[in-house]
Design a protein. Sequence first.
Length: 225
Amino acid sequence: MRVAVLATGGKDSTLALYRVLRLGYDVKYLVSMVPLREDSWMFHYPNIHLMDLFAEAVGIPLVKGETSGVKEVEVEDLKRLVAGLDVDGIVSGAIASNYQKARTEEICKQLSLKCLTPLWHENPAKILKEILDLNFEVIITGVYAYGFSEEWLGRKLDTETVNALNELNKRFGVSLVGEGGEYETLVLDAPFFKRRLKIVETEKVWRGQSVYLLVKKAVLEAKTV
């Protein structure tokens, strides 16, 4: 089956991409929407500009579209973009967001496409364990919930970080995988990457009590064996 994967560069969509590749799907495109406002309901905002590099690292063509980021209007923007692709299905990295899943399914229904959500309703702890076991190189790029601090920015997702997330989950109810928007991530490398991303320059950007790591410069580099 020919598919397009909704990709943000974050851990969930990257794991979904990895899963469908392993299952033998023909991934024709990565699809990224670039919201023109930070509070998009559907789409990843910080560092979405890195998707060109990400797609090059993975070796899959990228299709991008802009969206106003306005609730529901952005869904139509995605539909218009997807409608022009020669694919049979759309892959989403949704884990527990009914809002995201329902709207992606509706787009697929209207366009007579299959909707694939390989991570849907899986145990968050098992998802994080899989990411660690597969040696994904993931960093935290944004924190938006009580219990986090700016020291989390740039932190690698490793066993120690997962333990800290478990503590935040117990104390404040933070989703282990950040499904409620509590934190966001960027994948720098994974087993199927042809090259890896290297961050060269960053800047911390504050929005009230929230903060994200804006990657101002990144490059691709060869992977070491």
